[in-house]
Design a protein around this ligand. Structure first.
Ligand SMILES: Nc1nc2c(ncn2[C@@H]2O[C@H](COP(=O)(O)OP(=O)(O)O)[C@@H](O)[C@H]2O)c(=O)[nH]1
Ligand SMILES: [Mg+2]
Length: 254
């Protein structure tokens, strides 16, 4: 049996999410009244940080981290994780600000975390779905996940997904010091590290809904980063596999 989960911190990274931040924090506070929320804002020019400050001023379960400037999703999450670990949260959750992730489905992730070290909200397991995504975006996501499975041999259908719950012990165990992935590949990076360290990673179905307000920060650079890094990890992983096969050939026969 794993230890009890402890207090939950939901980290919501924001860059220009003024149209979304109040709504998503309110939904989370209603869906999970005991959970704390940390908005990690990269000095959004549209005033998202100020809106979050106003929420924090009247709610002791809402916190805001003001960062110097846009440094990518990965860096914002790493800073949020660090803050959560320092403040003794037992569970750290990644959650988008734009309505793509449903706060009402967090209970699924937390239930599964009772018997896991990492739980990934998954669009691509039975019961999971994607709503209103352009076909091109879904193809990119499915292709990216297929490539990740091929390169890394990971038994995870939605490695790039961004709705994830970690036990604090898992994050401490995998170590956060030398993670430099910035975009989607940050999610693959964490999943891959957790699996390599022997942690139990479980997927639960989620409904991913394309944002209604504000703009996606997805870029070619983010896709290229994910493609290059996953491929390099895969090559070195496959080379290690090959070396260990050569060093210790499988025994044949009785
Ligand atoms: N703090 C911070 N948040 C970011 C950054 N880039 C994206 N985000 C947030 O990460 C979440 C997902 O980003 P989004 O642009 O919706 O990506 P998409 O859903 O893949 O199109 C949203 O809450 C964004 O505001 C960044 O550089 N810094
Ligand atoms: Mg989004």
């Amino acid at each position: 049996m794993r230890p009890p989960l402890g207090r939950v911190l939901v980290i919501i990274p924001t860059y220009n999410e003024a149209a979304n931040v109040e709504r998503i924090v309110a939904r989370m506070r209603t869906a999970q009244p005991d959970a704390h929320v940390l908005v990690a804002d990269d000095h959004s020019p549209d005033g998202t940080g100020k809106l979050a400050d106003a929420l924090a001023a009247t709610d002791d379960h809402v916190h805001v981290m003001h960062r110097m400037g846009k440094e990518g999703l990965g860096a914002a999450y790493l800073a949020g994780f660090q803050w959560g670990l320092e403040h003794d949260f037992g569970v750290l959750v990644e959650h988008d600000a734009d309505g793509s992730h449903q706060p009402e489905q967090l209970s699924r992730l937390l239930d599964a975390l009772e018997d896991a070290d990492v739980v990934k909200g998954s669009r691509y397991v039975a019961g999971g779905s994607v709503v209103n995504w352009p076909r091109s975006r879904e193809l990119l996501s499915r292709g990216g996940n297929l490539w990740t499975q091929l390169m890394l041999g990971v038994p995870v259908k939605d490695a790039t997904g961004g709705y994830n719950a970690f036990r604090a012990e898992t994050l401490r165990g995998i170590g956060l010091d030398n993670i430099s992935s910035a975009g989607y590949c940050f999610q693959v990076d964490l999943t891959w590290r957790a699996l390599k360290a022997g942690y139990r990673v479980v997927e639960v179905p989620i409904t991913f809904v394309e944002r209604e307000f504000g703009d996606s920060k997805m870029s070619r650079k983010i896709v290229a980063e994910a493609l290059v890094r996953t491929t390099l990890w895969g090559i070195s992983y496959r080379a290690r596999q090959l070396r260990s096969l050569v060093d210790r050939p499988p025994r044949v026969g009785p």
